[in-house]
Write a protein that binds this ligand. Structure first.
Ligand SMILES: [Ca+2]
Ligand SMILES: [Ca+2]
Ligand SMILES: [Ca+2]
Length: 396
């Protein structure tokens, strides 16, 4: 995945041998060649982030269209709008590539089907009047001429962002389709053909979307649908806090990213369905979570005793998180009196060392994506508890 890092390191080594290298190759000598990791998504929220060292241009993006219905979108930074250009290689046969640029809000900027008449490779030219006007984050999409980006409900042809190219398909087109005034929401499908169609996009005036090692800050307010701030647990990149003082606001700073450049923000609150979002960058926003409603219980009720003398004493608790009344394990977040872990080792098991509260009790909260939260209170005489989870769709 970090082929770009390898190549920039080897270039750096060559450059350090002698300044003659710099004379021969000119500058900049360093550049990022990005290779698609798994399959790039096709909307801004799922676009693949390009990542590279600081102060290095993004020279190429290489990838594969699994067939003519695979659309690959990449997030990039355009550092020099007038110098920005992009063109494909790899077109031919069943793969007739199209390039389109979208701004940070997902609005179409410009697109091209064929750079030269009779040649299927696409080209977004530099210094084009329809090209990007300001530096910043953009999304570039490569797709075949058998599919079209759309906004709104994706109705053909009303919601097309760009007009349909006409022979000889060389026009550079702005977002003047019927759906061009709104951001991309999906793709209109045509026929699927071909398999593993390799491509390369050669870029100028562009940088990777993310600088390696760049940290993320997440903040905002956790609310219910009515706008009331909620006491919740907010977790990302192994860091967490409780939005409980006062209810609602949270801030997590300097979060490392996953290997794909994203950060997963998880929000858990008693009585609400968990909310998990994969984020591309720092964000400060209101996070609305949904009340779980009335859900069936697969757990035997427990009536905890009150033991103030045990307050503060630490105990070990353990058990397994299981689906309904089966032995199927569930990967869940298990939280008890401020301590938490994930039951994701394949067996659903959890084990925590926790302090007892002022009543000598602990509140065992278990959350999993797609499941009703299960909250039960126990005392030091019930430390081994399997937790049975109802699916969210079982709730009223
Ligand atoms: Ca792909
Ligand atoms: Ca794709
Ligand atoms: Ca083409």
């Amino acid at each position: 995945m970090f082929k770009n890092t390898m190549s920039s390191l080897s270039i750096a080594r060559v450059a350090s041998v002698t300044t003659l290298t710099l004379v021969i190759f000119g500058s900049p000598a360093y550049a990022v060649d990005w290779t698609e990791s798994a399959d790039a998504g096709d909307l801004p929220g799922t676009a693949q982030l390009t990542i590279g060292p600081a102060n290095e241009a993004l020279n190429t993006i290489s990838g594969t269209a699994s067939d003519t219905q695979d659309r690959d979108m990449y997030k990039i930074v355009i550092s020099d709008p007038s110098a920005f250009s992009a063109s494909t290689t790899g077109g031919g046969g069943s793969f007739d590539p199209v390039l389109a640029l979208f701004d940070a809000d997902g609005l179409g900027v410009y697109m091209n089907d064929d750079g030269v008449a009779g040649v299927s490779d696409a080209s977004l030219p530099a210094a084009d009047p329809l090209g990007p006007a300001s530096p910043g984050s953009y999304y570039i999409a490569i797709y075949s001429n058998e599919t079209f980006p759309a906004s709104g409900a994706g109705v053909f042809p009303d919601d097309l962002i760009f007009p349909l190219p006409v022979p000889p398909f060389t026009d550079v087109l702005g977002p003047t389709g019927g759906g061009g005034g709104a951001s991309i929401s999906g793709w209109i499908a045509g026929s699927a053909s071909g398999s593993d169609l390799g491509y390369q996009i050669v870029l100028t005036g562009a940088d990777p979307a993310i600088t390696e090692g760049d940290l993320v800050d997440l903040s905002g307010t956790v609310q219910d649908a009515g706008g009331t701030g909620l006491c919740s647990m907010v977790l990302a990149s192994g860091q967490f806090m409780f939005s409980c003082n006062p209810n609602g606001p949270f801030a997590l700073t300097d979060l490392p990213r996953e290997n794909d450049g994203t950060v997963k923000r998880q929000v858990y609150a008693d009585g609400f369905l968990p909310r998990i979002d994969v984020l591309q960058d720092s964000v400060d926003e209101t996070v609305v979570i949904t009340r779980a409603g009335t859900c069936p219980s697969y757990n035997t009720p427990y009536d905890p005793g009150v033991f103030p003398d045990s307050a503060g004493q630490r105990i070990d608790i353990s058990g397994a998180v299981l689906l309904q009344d089966t032995q199927t394990p569930i990967c869940a977040m298990v939280l008890a009196n401020g301590q938490f872990m994930f039951s994701c080792d394949g067996s659903g098991s959890y084990a925590l060392n926790i302090p007892l509260d002022t009543n000598g009790q602990f509140k065992l909260q278990v959350y999993a994506d797609g499941f009703a939260p299960t909250i039960q209170t126990f005392d030091e005489f019930s430390v081994d508890n399997d937790v049975r989870m109802a699916r969210a769709i079982e709730c009223q």
